[in-house]
Design a binder for this molecule. Structure first.
Ligand code: ASP
Length: 343
């Protein structure tokens, strides 16, 4: 008889487990035991569940790479004991965290599903129960004794996405996330419908590698018409700066002003890595399609293709921590490593 899957539920904080502060009326994180009491349904799932929690659950606006390492270590220390992991996380920065975790685990062969909710679990109209219960069901879904999912995903409002393809698009709707450049991996209706041709196939023979060195001296710079030379110069001259995710227009276009291109050139010469991503919600950078990106291509900007800014930041932090020789950095960055970008 097949073994019942064993799932680890990791609670980091977020609206899902929040209650209203008596005095201020603001939502704040509360203790995990109380959270589990609100979901007696969990006992009826076809899996066993253990839980782990941050000592102090946080609103995900306080998330940072130190917490990413804590999440990584909880999974690492329990990797052999469990068949899958569900991480409860605030929705505000969930795409950043889940993208980072996807890079921190190489050769993952078990599901890591991030989820959360727009309304606290105790609220009458909460979306938390469906998100949580289905995430656990997906993490426990197996075919021939092996997990169907073996990558880092994000589940929200009936859809499972590859995590490093997601972005938060709405602060009020239950459908808070989108994956503009990659289809959902599973849709939940009466049945769970897995979209098998888009799911990552693990290389189970390869040993899992876990990376915890992340470079934090990077910046996300969004262009807008009228951005001044002084602003760009000040940012590119930040002491110790190692990388920039440059959010450009449309298919990767930027002003052709000489001062702008010269500043980028100088930064590249100083070893700063600059990634061109589009500030559009969907679509891809295509360097050289317009005259306004030809210069960027010539001076050697890294093509972020169809990366989300969240995934670009995470990939940059990860690869800068890997001591990749300068001559190889651009081609390594432009290669999909965890299904985060088009080939
Ligand atoms: N502020 C909350 C958080 O990200 C929002 C949420 O959980 O949806 O922690």
């Amino acid at each position: 008889m097949a073994k019942i899957p064993h799932i680890l539920l990791i609670y980091t904080g977020g609206t899902i487990g929040m209650i209203k502060d008596f005095e201020s009326g603001a939502l704040k994180a509360f203790n995990f035991d109380k959270l589990l009491k609100h979901i007696p349904e969990l006992k009826h799932l076809n899996c066993t569940i253990d839980s782990a929690s941050f000592d102090e659950p946080i609103d995900s606006s306080n998330m940072n790479p130190k917490y990413w390492i804590i999440i990584t270590e909880i999974i690492e220390n329990n990797y052999e004991k469990f068949d899958g992991f569900v991480v409860l996380h605030g929705s505000d920065t969930m795409s950043y965290t889940a993208s980072a975790i996807s890079f921190m685990f190489e050769n993952l062969s078990k599901p890591v599903i991030f989820t959360g909710s727009q309304l606290p679990i105790g609220d009458l109209r909460t979306d938390a129960k469906e998100n949580l219960i289905t995430s656990i069901e997906i993490a426990a879904s197996q075919k021939n004794g092996k997990s169907i999912i073996s990558e880092v995903c994000l589940y929200f409002e009936y859809k499972l996405y590859r995590a490093n393809r997601t972005t938060k698009i709405n602060s009020e709707h239950f459908e808070a996330f989108a994956s503009p450049n990659y289809p959902p991996l599973c849709e939940s209706g009466v049945h769970l419908k897995f979209n098998e041709s888009f799911i990552y196939l693990p290389r189970r023979s390869k040993k899992i590698k876990i990376r915890k060195k992340l470079e934090e001296n990077i910046v996300l710079l969004k262009l807008f018409p009228g951005i001044t030379e002084n602003v760009i110069k000040s940012i590119l001259e930040i002491d110790g700066l190692k990388g920039v995710v440059l959010e450009t227009y449309g298919s990767g276009n930027a002003p052709s002003d000489k001062w702008f291109v010269d500043l980028l050139k100088k930064a590249l010469k100083n070893g700063i890595k600059i990634i061109d991503v589009t500030q559009c919600v969907g679509g891809s950078v295509i360097l050289g399609q317009y005259e306004t990106s030809v210069q960027l291509q010539k001076i050697g900007l890294i093509n972020g293709k169809d990366l989300t800014s969240e995934a670009a930041l995470a990939k940059l932090m990860y690869l800068l921590g890997e001591n990749i020789p300068t001559s190889e950095f651009k081609s390594v960055f432009e290669t999909p490593l965890r299904g985060e970008m088009a080939v």
